[in-house]
Design a protein around this ligand. Structure first.
Ligand SMILES: C[S@@+](CC[C@H](N)C(=O)[O-])C[C@H]1O[C@@H](n2cnc3c(N)ncnc32)[C@H](O)[C@@H]1O
Length: 260
């Protein structure tokens, strides 16, 4: 298994993670920057469990259209359940590098936490540009792995865990490349923003409370990290939380752009 799998179990975990207050706050920033308006046709590339798609659909209303595209049938099933009452939502199974839409279709498009999984990002951005109308708005959000601050007791073990965790993405440090890639694809970049996910304490509904289990399971058996080491890494984080010595911070980088 190369990257994270978005099968039934993976999709349900992502669903839980994306319901956390930390990710709700992130979505509010995305929506404010994207500013979908009534009557607009908007695409969400890699729409996953469909939380953002539902909000976009409510903003564009029945005179508009909200299209979600994802290669994972399990993710699309979650999104369909979430948006079933909104007939102007359309879901397609497909890949960011081969969008199943004609040229000049959308007023706006968004893709959050997706291009970092896509091996050929220039091809995905060329497709995004193709399906946007001239002047159409794009918003892209991705994480840079080097922005992670996670307070652990064994720094050497932690570094090996994070090196193995890098393997869950095709591009763990994509944000630093995105401005240049967008410009090369013909977009005008109109804004850069950073949104931190900050968990100074470990509460059951915090983002890192779910993420630490996903990381521990993924890294066991990779890059020389044993199952026992992954479990010890996890136990250390829990123990630090018990004695008020927990800290987690991770940056999401947002880019707004306009198609020519
Ligand atoms: C971390 S989830 C993000 C979901 C959603 N965008 C959100 O922010 O709530 C990553 C999503 O990207 C999708 N994905 C992975 N590779 C893709 C590709 N090549 N094209 C389109 N979507 C892809 C996955 O199936 C998954 O739903």
């Amino acid at each position: 298994m190369a990257m994270l799998q978005f099968d039934d179990e993976g999709a349900k975990r992502t669903d839980r993670l994306y319901a956390s207050p930390d990710v709700v706050a992130q979505r509010n920033v995305v929506l404010a920057l994207l500013a979908p308006r009534p009557g607009e046709r908007v695409l969400d590339v890699g729409s996953g469990p469909g939380y953002l798609l539902e909000s976009i659909a409510r903003a564009v209303g029945p005179s508009g259209a909200a299209h979600g595209l994802d290669p994972s049938a399990a993710m699309n099933a979650l999104a369909a359940a979430r948006t079933g009452e909104l007939p102007w939502v359309h879901l397609d199974e497909g890949d960011a590098t081969a969008l199943p839409y004609p040229d000049d279709t959308f007023d706006a498009a968004v893709s959050t936490q997706v291009y970092e999984y896509v091996p050929d990002v220039p091809a995905a951005l060329a497709e995004l540009r193709r399906v946007l109308k001239p002047g159409g708005r794009a918003l892209i959000l991705d994480t840079d792995a080097d922005s992670l601050v996670w307070h652990t007791s064994d720094l050497e073990r932690h570094r090996r865990v994070l090196d193995a965790w890098d393997e869950h993405l095709a591009h763990p440090r994509l944000p630093r490349e995105l401005s240049a890639l967008l410009k090369r694809a013909g977009f005008s970049v109109t804004g850069h923003h950073v949104h931190p996910i900050l968990n100074p304490e470990l509460t059951p509904d915090s983002f890192s409370a779910t993420q630490m289990h996903i990381v521990a399971e993924f890294v066991a058996g990779r890059r020389g990290v044993t199952t026992a080491e992954a479990e010890a890494w996890l136990a250390d984080l829990r123990e630090r939380a018990d004695r008020n010595a927990y800290f987690y911070s991770l940056n999401r980088y947002l880019f707004t752009a306009v198609a020519p």
